[in-house]
Design a protein around this ligand. Structure first.
Ligand SMILES: Nc1nc2c(c(=O)[nH]1)N[C@H]1C(S)=C(S)[C@@H](COP(=O)(O)O)O[C@H]1N2
Ligand SMILES: [Mo]
Length: 338
């Protein structure tokens, strides 16, 4: 794998007028926080984008560990969260399989269990910084988190049902159902990624089973953007083509090649979002914040989809000179690096 380098500039403010402007902005930012950080049961106060369904963003000041605790992990839901009775829960496996199955939670618990540390990022993370503005939740930089996911391999579950080796796609449905104008959340993925040994049907997240994050059974697609990580999975359907529901088409597509900002792409120029690009985020000091004169530590994390972060460089002079950052978490594929 090629080494990946992530960079981020942090410009120091020098002149008085700029400093004054930044103080005003900091005061305004503080007010926004005070009004916006709302406690929902099971969560620390979070930046609230919607309350039903819950769309919660992690305030940057909570990011200080390799694993993001469940109580400060961002939440994204298109449709109000379903209530699942774990005793009655069944996972339906149909389509191109020789042994269609209805698996209980106990059936999934009996399979060999694997743990993967992986970063989950919403496609819309950072949308508030887009210029021109685009519709959708105006996430700042807190629609991302890193957790340890544990459960059987999706590939093992598919083999149990006798998956047809000529199937090339698989469709997933979550227990949430359409509400008014919002269609059902159904997603498809190429079979190759489904059979990857790190693709799991997670039964826990950091040792917990939070309903808000899709448990009892949640799909883990390491290195791919959050849209593929279907929560409350109730159906697996191998086939030979991707589904064509709203959340596959036109939803969740990117232009195949760069277009000038604000230029609408033609449908033929769009493709399904899969992997996550290399990215980094400074979590401290926060933008526009004040610090006493002297040395300050700059902290953050970088991630690169299916690849491991090799090196991170930081510039404090607008990009003229770059310094190697000290990396304080292991070099792993799928997971961010502090
Ligand atoms: N069933 C279902 N799964 C879903 C969604 C959803 O609305 N319904 N949202 C997706 C999106 S867009 C993201 S970014 C992640 C968010 O996961 P989280 O809420 O655990 O952070 O879940 C994905 N899985
Ligand atoms: Mo998302």
């Amino acid at each position: 794998m090629a080494p990946v380098t992530a960079g981020y500039t942090h410009r120091m403010r020098t002149n008085r007028r700029e400093l004054f402007a930044s103080l005003l902005a900091a005061a305004a930012a503080t007010q926004v926080h005070a009004a916006d950080d709302i406690a929902i049961p099971g969560k620390r106060p979070m930046i609230l984008h919607n309350d039903r369904p819950e769309d919660l963003e992690t305030p940057l000041r909570y990011f200080n560990s390799f694993l993001t605790p469940v109580d400060s992990f961002f939440v994204r839901q298109h449709i109000p969260r379903p209530t699942i009775d774990t005793a009655a829960y069944r996972l339906t496996i149909n389509g191109m399989v020789s042994k269609p199955a209805q698996l209980s939670l106990a059936d999934l618990q009996k399979l060999p269990q694997f743990t993967v540390a992986a970063t989950l990022e919403c496609t819309g993370n950072g949308r508030v910084f887009y210029s021109p503005k685009v519709p959708g939740i105006q996430w700042g930089r807190g629609a991302v988190g890193n957790a340890e996911w544990r459960g059987p391999k999706l590939g093992d579950v598919l083999k149990l049902a006798g998956v047809d080796t000529s199937s090339t796609w698989i469709e997933f449905d979550g227990a949430d159902s359409p509400v008014m104008s919002t269609p059902d959340f159904v997603r498809s993925m190429p079979m190759q990624k489904a059979m990857h040994p790190a693709t799991l049907l997670a039964l826990s997240m950091n040792g917990e089973t939070p309903a808000m994050h899709g448990f009892p059974v949640r799909l883990i697609v390491p290195g791919w953007d959050g849209t593929s990580w279907v929560k409350w999975v109730t159906r697996l359907t191998p086939g030979t083509a991707p589904g064509n529901g709203f959340f596959m088409n036109p939803g969740y597509r990117y232009p195949k090649y760069a277009l000038p900002p604000g230029t609408p792409a033609k449908p033929a120029e769009l493709e399904v979002i899969e992997g996550m690009p290399v990215k980094s985020s400074i979590t401290s000091p926060e933008d526009q914040s004040k610090a006493a004169l002297g040395a300050i530590a700059i902290r953050g994390f970088a991630w690169a989809g299916e690849q491991a972060i090799e090196r991170v460089e930081v510039s404090t002079d607008g990009g003229s000179r770059w310094h190697d950052a000290q990396l304080s978490s292991p070099k792993l594929p799928f997971a961010w690096r502090l």
